[in-house]
Design a protein around this ligand. Structure first.
Ligand SMILES: [Zn+2]
Length: 244
């Protein structure tokens, strides 16, 4: 069994709007499980990352959608053969961006044409993975708990804990559904004392802090067909200078 982040998640905000960059994780267990799928804007990248690992979309047995927010689920149609798992309340009340928009029901109708199944708390996803109901950010959010044979616990927390600051603070940046439930869900995940948390929009961490930090490159296309690129990288700061 192994777990690999194949696309990092990040919180992307700009003066011209917010872009969703949800992480995607591949679990190779007795079955191949993909946790979240990203959205249409990341589809070619997802295809390339699977291909690089010699995994075809048809090889994915199970897709877990932590929730139905658009940045996590819009590539689900790449996996028509897979079992699609999500929380029961998410299938009932979940939404792409906001409740009440007509595209929510259209998307759910398309999901119901697929092999969609709802999961409850503790339901088995693969021989080492189980579902953790973690509502609040969305109505029926599920995280995925992966218990290794060595006892190590990895949690793919989706947007129940989208980033390390939410873990420290005790609630996510946005509770679309219910703030109190959001707090309870963060506490539920923390109480498991995970060895590793792979969040929806941040680099992996645990109680000791970040385990890895992702680099990101921002690309602006210029009029002369060149790109201006800006890379954000975490490097150690200079040491303090003390003259006396
Ligand atoms: Zn979300």
């Amino acid at each position: 069994m192994d777990v690999e982040r194949i696309m990092p998640g990040m919180g992307v905000r700009s003066n011209v709007g917010t872009m969703g960059a949800a992480g995607v994780t591949l679990v190779r267990d007795d079955v191949k499980v993909l946790v979240d799928t990203g959205h249409y804007g990341t589809r070619d990248w997802l295809k390339a990352e699977l291909e690089r690992r010699k995994v075809s979309p048809a090889d994915i047995d199970v897709v877990v959608l932590t929730h139905l927010h658009w940045d996590h689920c819009l590539n689900v149609e790449m996996f028509p053969q897979a079992r699609i798992l999500l929380g029961e309340d998410e299938l009932k009340e979940g939404f792409l961006m906001e409740p009440g928009q007509p595209q929510n029901e259209a998307f759910k109708a398309a999901l119901r044409e697929m092999k969609v199944e709802t999961v409850g708390d503790g339901d088995r996803i693969s021989s080492h993975a189980t579902a953790l109901l973690t509502p609040g950010h969305s109505p029926g959010h599920v995280a995925v708990a992966l218990k290794g044979d060595d006892g190590r616990l990895t949690v793919m927390s989706g947007d129940a804990v989208p980033n390390y600051r939410a873990y420290l603070r005790g609630f996510p940046d946005i509770s679309f559904h219910d703030r109190k439930q959001s707090e309870e869900s963060v506490k539920k995940l923390k109480d498991l004392r995970p060895d590793l948390v792979i969040p929806g929009h941040d680099s992996p961490f645990n109680d000791g802090g970040y385990v890895e930090r992702d680099d990101f490159t921002l690309i602006l296309r210029r009029e002369n067909e060149e790109n201006s690129t800006f890379t954000f990288r975490h490097v150690p700061a200079d040491r303090p200078i003390i003259h006396r």
